[in-house]
Design a protein around this ligand. Structure first.
Ligand SMILES: [Zn+2]
Length: 310
């Protein structure tokens, strides 16, 4: 028996009282197939008011427990997610798959760990754990009230060395390593019985993607790989689910390709970034939420990447 399965079977069920923080935003479970749901974060930056509820989390109910995909951006929201799951099924959460180590997807993980769940993620996420970036981000998130004091970045146990299959109560899950893309450690989780793909942040819907220091060339390659799956439905890392996976994967793909094309040209021709940015026609994307907050930094990071690639 694989170690992960053994640990799943052994892990204890601990009851956690559902508690909804007074000032936390509403949460509603959206059912996308007979056994799969998700909760949808706001298309906004993290704030004290939204408790960093700016990304999605998915869950699948099996006869032997619940599998959760991503843990939300604060323990407060994770407690609310746990209460939301409890309203749907008495099954305990047995497994949490973290798609990547970005604050809005992981700050709630300790709640599931305390509830007895096994937390898994790709091992390349381990570098984030002890990093200065992680420490500064946590401090800023606590100072700004996005998350509460005492929030921790939880290590996965076990870390996955690559893609992995899980079987819980006869239900199969494929955790596919699709990084480096949005991050080096990106996992996408496929639930083949019902054709549901939890894409993590490889797919953003309803807002401009956060590119950060992503490897956009390989991100595009990974999107092409996901397009090869027979998924009927995608639950993205941000934004509403999609019943037209092909069209909706395309928006993220087109945005990345456009950044690369525009900034690649500028880098090759040694046009200074400011000049190139001002001269680029952004009209196709500027109506998307968070364009103002994210596009310039995305373009700048892509400019630096393209300077290295050329
Ligand atoms: Zn992310």
């Amino acid at each position: 028996m694989p170690a992960i399965l053994r640990s799943l079977l052994l892990c204890a069920m601990i009851a956690v009282a559902p508690a909804r923080a007074q000032d936390a935003p509403e949460m509603r479970a959206i059912q996308v197939s007979p056994h799969a749901w998700y909760v949808q974060g706001q298309s906004a930056l993290g704030s004290k008011a939204n408790r960093n509820f700016i990304s999605n989390a998915g869950f699948v109910v099996t006869p032997a427990g619940v599998v959760v995909i991503d843990a939300l951006g604060s323990p407060a929201m994770a407690r609310q997610l746990l209460a939301t799951i409890r309203a749907i099924t008495p099954q305990p959460v047995k497994l949490v798959i973290l798609t990547h180590y970005h604050a809005d997807h992981i700050y709630g993980a300790q709640v599931f760990k305390q509830a007895g769940a096994v937390i898994v993620a790709h091992e390349l996420g381990r570098d984030y754990l002890g990093s200065e970036t992680a420490r500064l981000r946590m401090q800023a998130s606590i100072d700004e009230g996005l998350t509460e004091p005492g929030t921790q970045v939880i290590a996965a146990a076990p870390w996955l060395a690559g893609s992995a299959s899980f079987d819980l109560g006869g239900t199969r899950f494929e955790a596919m390593h699709v990084g480096p893309a949005h991050t080096v450690e990106d996992l996408a989780v496929y639930f083949p019985d019902e054709g549901v793909l939890f894409s993590g942040d490889l797919v953003f819907r309803g807002r401009v993607p956060y590119v950060g220091d992503a490897d956009s060339r390989r991100w595009i390659e990974s999107l092409d790989r996901l397009l090869g799956l027979p998924a009927k439905l995608i639950v993205p890392g941000h934004g509403p689910h999609s019943t037209e996976p092909r069209a909706d994967l395309q928006l993220t793909r087109d945005y990345l390709a456009y950044l690369r094309q525009a900034m690649g040209k500028a880098a090759r021709e040694l046009t200074p970034f400011e000049e190139a940015y001002a001269a680029t026609d952004w009209s196709r994307f500027e109506a998307l939420p968070l364009f103002k907050q994210a596009n310039r930094m995305n373009a700048y990071n892509t400019y630096l990447l393209m300077e290295q690639e050329k």
